[in-house]
Design a protein around this ligand. Structure first.
Ligand SMILES: [Zn+2]
Length: 287
């Protein structure tokens, strides 16, 4: 049989859509439970250039959900971004893939965002989501945030959200999806956290961290996010600003109300580039 590896999807969005995907450079921040799905699907869609930023190595609990980590990979000793690089290479060696085994809050992490055409946030820390919101707004990058939520209980709640910030028309903050106060607490130094805990009694361990994580829920939410990206990149349509997946009810809904007006990030920061001084978030070198 002859043909092109992308023939079946070009039946949906055409050769022009495919060439837009091939010309795109996408940064994926976080290469964990959702990041690995996002990277796999972007590679299979044929995105031409990918940058993956994550400082973490796989641990034994990663094995229930990570597409890129193989049974024989050493633990410790396997960076998630390197495992992702191998997967993409095996899918399609023509894709340019840059693994960045560092925190977003480094010059290399920031450069990955600034040099990209589109940015995915696949992180579970509110502080990092706030920095990504501001950084993408400053440099006018479409930012697709992927968040899963799994709460054990009676009954348990599970699902997630996909927030697409495009053109200053709404972001995590003005759509009520990011708690700025928690994000600021999340970015405190260990000393600042100890001081605040002593005064207010809010344990740092209550912020972010390692909650439940299930492969199929990660897969649904990641697939919703990549589909919204595909619409935007190929010209099929505009992405929904906010999609919510309720796993228990087996329902996906879009947020009906618009973002709050006069958002600082969507208005004042949007497109301001280096004037926003997002570099103030960069990690200070250790003394
Ligand atoms: Zn906003």
């Amino acid at each position: 049989m002859t043909g092109n590896r992308f023939d079946r999807q070009m039946l949906l969005f055409g050769a022009e859509g495919q060439s837009r995907l091939r010309a795109a450079k996408v940064a994926v921040i976080g290469a964990g439970g959702t990041g690995c799905f996002i990277i796999a699907q972007l590679a299979l869609l044929g995105v031409g250039e990918l940058v993956s930023v994550d400082a973490d190595q796989a641990d034994i609990t990663t094995r229930n959900r990570h597409l890129c980590v193989r049974h024989g990979d050493p633990i410790p000793g396997t960076f998630k971004v390197e495992a992702a690089a191998r997967m993409v290479r095996e899918f399609d060696p023509d894709i340019r893939f840059s693994p960045v085994p560092l925190s977003l809050m480094t010059p290399e992490g920031f450069e990955a965002v600034k040099s990209a055409d589109y940015v995915f946030g696949c992180v579970d820390r509110e502080g990092v989501r706030l920095v990504l919101t501001e950084l993408c707004a400053a440099y006018a990058k479409p930012y697709i945030d992927v968040a899963t939520g799994v709460e054990p209980g009676t009954p348990p709640q599970y699902g997630g959200t996909v927030c697409c910030s495009v053109g200053g028309g709404g972001c995590l903050v003005c759509m009520g999806e990011l708690d700025v106060e928690e994000a600021v607490r999340d970015m405190e130094t260990p000393d600042q956290q100890r001081d605040r805990e002593a005064i207010y009694g809010v344990a740092a361990s209550a912020l972010g961290g390692r909650g439940p994580s299930v492969v199929s829920i990660n897969g649904v939410v990641s697939s919703l996010a990549v589909t919204e990206f595909m619409k935007l990149c190929t010209g099929l349509g505009m992405p929904a600003p906010l999609l919510r997946y309720d796993g228990r009810a087996a329902r996906v809904s879009i947020r009906a109300e618009g973002p709050k007006p006069d958002c600082y990030y969507c208005k004042a920061v949007w497109g301001s580039g280096s004037g926003a001084d997002v570099e103030r978030y960069l990690l200070k070198p250790r003394r």
